[in-house]
Ligand binder design. Structure first.
Ligand SMILES: Cc1ncc(C[n+]2csc(CCOP(=O)(O)OP(=O)(O)O)c2C)c(N)n1
Length: 591
């Protein structure tokens, strides 16, 4: 018999409330099916969202959003919430140019209080909102949903310290699936693992702070969830924790269980077999970084590897498997990760710390204060520097050069190709004497260029009749070469250099730049304070200052989109650059 569809295009909180509590399990089944159907076509955080189907329905059933406030930590588990807040159709455009980002996005809906994707904010946001309601005498509720991984964040622990002494209407849902992306790690993880449903084990962690605690309960039993939420809501006077146990990938876990990453995030997939129907166009740079790191760990018994919960995106899953005794995935603890490295370095141990660049933004002071002031030999490798394509506006790492290159003692290297990335990592590690950071992009690796880049380490020669010089960095190197060739076709000769040494910047290159009348800088980052500024600072200290054109991103929050889309939108593709040259330097005669 054909099931009656309970799913409607414009569902909102009030729609969910029409059902009797007995109807909710069937509603959840249908939501789960719809979720799988949509995300199999779009790709995205399928496993994470399958884990919160019942929770999301129960929250919308019990509370009155958007008057009540709901904060999802990270914001990657928000697909069902999108479905229940009038965005079913929008979810179909997940991860597309001009489509819906796969995260919480305040511009998309009043139900999303904030735009987010970095872990560790939901408790502080929730507390601020709840105390705010108290000050304004609003009889409203605030709910923060946080995973067991994100609870490890320093900021979450800072918030708990404060939450313990407030008396406001805040409910914290601890969504415990025992995983960050990989299995979660550390004392808190071991503690939560011992607290299983039905196991008699007294709660002490939160209770010791006198934060009321309930649970753990089954996060996939929607009726239990609703009853518990109604009970807590009716008597909520102090920030309170409800601990729920959920399973990442619930409903598809058999298909996804062979891969922690697939349980977290998936390309497009076959909804029946779970097989990927989309794959990345190339391995990406992370694999080359990971291979180099494995070689180092094999070669040097004093080498250790650290990461804050981003093994897969930084290409080091195999290194962790092969060298478990010298690899530390410290969970979502970005600040600890780098300072742990500093501690190792003090002992003569040689640390490599791998970050996803966007999350390294949390660590400015640790890099500055703990590593660089002490001038410690720590090798940081940060992947996904620059624009991260279809990831959310919050995920791009467009300020790397701006905030890193002002730190004294820090060497910064941005290798020009994937092969160079491997050799630079190995070489820098062997000669490690100072804080050093190596950046690489989230991009398809360059096909072996027919023509190797001239890099700043090479013997630099000005070509005959050249008037201009193109200086590029990272993903813009290929584009730089394209612009050079396009100009060449019009008999306008520009040389091109792929700059790899950001700090210290080569004096030889700085002197060499002054031989030209025109300089074009190209970067996939926000121009302010970045690569263009670096070149200008070096030029201004010299006697002649060529005319300069700066290609890069404006100082604004840049949306998600494929690299081609973003380059065209922000006039960073080679055609737009030629147009710009024609406009600003008409004397060159570009047609
Ligand atoms: C500050 C920060 N570090 C790392 C990440 C990458 N990341 C996204 S989700 C995730 C796992 C989070 O685990 P948990 O909080 O338990 O939520 P779950 O995915 O299990 O629902 C990680 C490491 C991030 N988004 N933010």
């Amino acid at each position: 018999m054909h099931k009656l569809s309970m799913i409607k295009e414009n569902m909102d909180s009030s729609y969910v409330k029409q059902f009797s509590i007995e109807q909710l399990p069937e509603f959840c089944n249908q939501i789960r099916e719809k979720l799988i159907e949509i995300v199999s076509r779009t790709g995205g955080h399928i496993g994470v969202n399958l884990g919160v189907v019942e929770l999301t329905v129960a929250l919308h059933y019990t509370f009155d959003f958007p008057d009540d406030s709901l904060f999802w930590d990270v914001g990657h588990q928000i697909y069902v919430h999108k479905m229940l807040t009038g965005r079913l159709k929008k979810l179909e455009t997940n991860r597309q140019n001009e489509g819906s980002p796969g995260y919480s996005f305040h511009k998309e809906s009043i139900y999303d209080k904030v735009t987010s994707s970095h872990a560790g904010a939901s408790l502080s946001l929730g507390l601020g909102s709840a105390i705010g309601n108290q000050i304004l005498k609003n009889n409203l509720y605030t709910i923060s949903v946080i995973g067991d991984g994100s609870l490890v964040e320093g900021s979450s622990q800072e918030a708990l310290n404060h939450i313990a002494v407030e008396n406001c209407k805040m409910l914290i849902i601890l969504n415990d699936n025992e995983r960050a992306i990989e299995e979660n790690f550390g004392g808190l993880h071991e503690y939560l693992k011992k607290r299983q449903i039905g196991v008699e084990k007294q709660e002490t962690y939160f209770s010791s702070l006198e934060i009321p605690y309930y649970g753990p309960i089954d996060g996939h039993n929607v009726i239990t969830l609703v009853n518990e939420l109604i009970r807590i809501k009716s008597n909520l006077r102090k920030p309170t924790i409800l601990h729920i146990k959920t399973i990442k990938g619930e409903g598809l876990e058999n298909m996804l269980k062979n891969s922690p990453v697939k349980l977290h995030w998936n390309f497009k997939f076959d909804p029946f077999t779970g097989e990927d129907t989309e794959s990345p166009r190339s391995t990406g740079y992370a694999k080359f970084s990971g291979d180099a790191i494995e070689k180092i760990l094999l070669e040097d018994p004093k080498a250790v590897l650290i990461t804050p919960a981003v093994q897969s995106s930084t290409g080091i899953v195999n290194a962790f498997k092969k060298f478990p005794d010298r690899c530390y995935d410290v969970s979502l603890a970005e600040q600890h990760a780098i300072t742990l490295g500093a501690g190792f370095a003090l002992q003569g141990i040689k640390p490599i710390v791998c970050y996803e660049s966007t999350f390294m933004q949390l660590v400015f002071d640790q890099i500055h204060h703990d590593v660089c002031i002490n001038n410690l030999p720590v090798l940081i490798i940060a992947g996904r520097s620059g624009h991260t394509g279809l990831d959310h506006v919050t995920h791009h790492s467009l300020h790397d050069l701006t905030y890193l290159r002002c730190i004294p003692n820090l060497r910064i290297i941005y290798p020009a190709t994937h092969n160079e990335l491997t050799s630079v990592i190995i070489q820098e590690f062997r000669n490690l004497k100072k804080p050093t950071i190596i950046l690489y992009p989230k991009a398809d690796i360059l096909d072996d260029p027919n023509e190797p880049f001239i890099i700043d380490n090479d013997d630099l020669k000005k070509s005959q009749n050249s008037t201009g010089l193109i200086l590029s960095v990272g993903t813009q190197n290929k584009n730089g070469l394209e612009v050079k060739h396009a100009l060449e076709k019009q008999s306008i000769i520009f040389d091109h250099i792929a700059v790899t040494n950001i700090a210290p910047f080569s004096d030889k290159l700085a002197d060499f730049m002054t031989k030209y009348d025109y300089i074009i800088t190209m970067e996939e980052g926000i121009i302010t304070g970045g690569f263009a500024s670096l070149i200008s600072e070096n030029l201004i200290q010299r006697s002649s200052y060529p005319k300069t054109l700066q290609i890069g991103l404006p100082k604004k929050f840049i949306e998600h989109g494929t690299r081609d889309y973003i380059y065209q939108k922000y006039n960073m593709d080679s055609n737009s650059i030629l147009k710009k040259i024609k406009e600003v330097w008409p004397e060159l005669g570009v047609i």
